[in-house]
Each structure stands twice: as C-alpha cells, then as structure tokens.
Design a protein around this ligand. Structure first.
Ligand SMILES: NC(=O)c1ccc[n+]([C@@H]2O[C@H](COP(=O)([O-])OP(=O)(O)OC[C@H]3O[C@@H](n4cnc5c(N)ncnc54)[C@H](OP(=O)(O)O)[C@@H]3O)[C@@H](O)[C@H]2O)c1
Length: 230
C-alpha cells in the first residue's frame, strides 16, 4: 500500500455521470484530498471524448500537477445503439461509436492527462472498464461491441502502465469494474435490488485504489478489491 500525498489534487473525468458524481462527492469528503476538479461535456472547459482538442484543452486548464486522475466516462446503449445478442445484430456504426467512447477516448485522456502526474511520488490513474470486458471471464457471450471496446481499453491501460512505470516506479495505472450500479447506463438491464448506489461504488473503489501497491500497476480490479483476469 502506498499513500497519496496529504492534500492531494484529484481530477474526475465524466464528473456529471452517475459514478463520476459519486467519485466527486466522496473525494470532497476525503480528509487527505485538497482539491477535486470535475470535467465533463457540460463543464467549462467542456471535455468531449470524440474531440481530441477539447481533451487537450481540458488537461491544459488544470494548470499544474495532479496526483489522482479518474476516468469515469463510458457508453453502453441508447435508443439507437443496443448491445448485440448475436452476430446477426452486429452493426458497423455501433461498433465505431462504442470504440470511440470506450477505448479511443480514454486513450486520448491518458495521452493528455498522464503527463500531469508528477514522477517523484505515488500517483494514480484509474479508468472505469467493466467485468464483461474480461476475455478470460466471458462465459455468456453477446454484447460484442461493448465487451470488445472494454477489452481494448484494458489493453491500452496495460500499455500505458508500462510506459508510465518506466518514468515513475511509484505510479499505479489500473482498470476498475464498479459493480452493477444505479445509473442511467445500467437502468435498462438491472433492477435496483441488484445494484449499488453510485456513492457506495465510488467509495469502495477509492478504498481499493488507496489500498493497492504501485507493484500492482497494469491490472484490473473490482470494487471489492478482487483482481479480475484480463
Ligand atoms: N453502471 C454500471 O452498472 C456499470 C457497470 C460496469 C461498468 N460501468 C462503467 O462505468 C463507467 C461510468 O458509467 P455510469 O454507470 O456512471 O454511466 P453514466 O451515468 O451514463 O455516465 C457516463 C459518463 O460518460 C460520459 N460520456 C459519455 N460519452 C461521452 C463523450 N462523448 N465525451 C465525454 N464524456 C462522455 C457521460 O457524460 P455526460 O454526463 O456529458 O453524458 C457521463 O459522465 C462507464 O465506463 C461504464 O461502462 C458501469
């Protein structure tokens, strides 16, 4: 276990989302956290995952170093895009959309926000993946584009952890599964009985992040602190 410096600065991207809001709330209440900056499509500056210039401008707006960056963005479905139950349902536009938001966008977040992490102390970058992105854990099939986009995200996290780890041996770069959480994203697929509140999920994931040693960088964890296979 390694601790972030007292009074650490945190950035939450996707701060207006269900789980992102939970992270912002819990970080505001955290005794060691000195500053929390929330970014999303509706903040100033606005950060849109499909517009690299907006990601770069948002990173520049931070003005200085941060110790903790959490990417809580992501997309599963809406009226136009639904998870595929079979190969027959595969659709090029849906695949491109899921990959743009769940894999390429977070990769660009890593490109522009990881340089804000100092190299001389413990720092953390975490992105919200999903257990269904685990290839080893896939026993049900279906949800092709969402699963594949999260598997791609996991590979990007692994690559970035190696690159950042060469410059800072105290860095922790990980993917997280938040559990099934009461948000708009899971509303169509789960009942409240089975879901965690966003605050509970965020609080449990912060505990996991603050408990993990830097040696665990480049790995995938659930909200209970259990490792998930790739
Ligand atoms: N909820 C669950 O049960 C569950 C389970 C497993 C994994 N996850 C993962 O957890 C993460 C957060 O999900 P959530 O449940 O909190 O969903 P959510 O409430 O729908 O939040 C999604 C967030 O992603 C942002 N976003 C989407 N498209 C964007 C874009 N083009 N540019 C910038 N931001 C964009 C949204 O921004 P706006 O506010 O601007 O729309 C919002 O902040 C996702 O990666 C999801 O895959 C969730």
């Amino acid at each position: 276990m390694a601790e972030l410096t007292q009074g650490f600065r945190a950035v939450v991207i996707g701060a207006t989302g269900g789980i992102g809001s939970g992270f912002v709330e819990k970080l505001h209440q955290h005794s060691s956290c000195g500053d929390v900056i929330g970014l999303s499509r509706s903040t100033t500056p606005a950060l849109d995952l499909t517009d690299e210039a907006s990601i770069e401008a948002a990173a520049t707006s931070i003005g200085g170093e941060v110790d903790l960056v959490i990417d809580a963005t992501g997309f599963l479905s809406d009226g136009e895009t639904q998870p595929e139950k079979s190969l027959r349902a595969l659709n090029v536009e849906n695949f491109a959309r899921l990959f743009a938001i769940n894999a390429t966008g977070p990769a660009l977040i890593m490109k522009h926000f990881l340089p804000l992490l100092p190299r001389d102390r413990h720092v953390i970058f975490a992105t919200l993946s999903a257990r269904v992105g685990s290839i080893g854990d896939n026993g049900l099939g279906g949800w092709y584009a969402y699963r594949a986009s999260k598997a791609a995200l996991n590979q990007i996290v692994r690559c970035a952890s190696i690159e950042i780890g060469r410059k800072n041996k105290q860095s922790l770069v990980v993917s997280l599964h938040p559990g099934t959480v009461e948000t708009g994203l899971s509303d169509p697929f789960a009942s409240d009985r089975d879901r965690l509140s966003p605050q509970k999920s965020a609080s449990m994931m912060l505990d996991v992040l603050f408990d993990l040693a830097a040696e665990e960088t480049g790995s995938f964890w659930d909200y209970r602190g259990e490792r998930i296979e790739w």
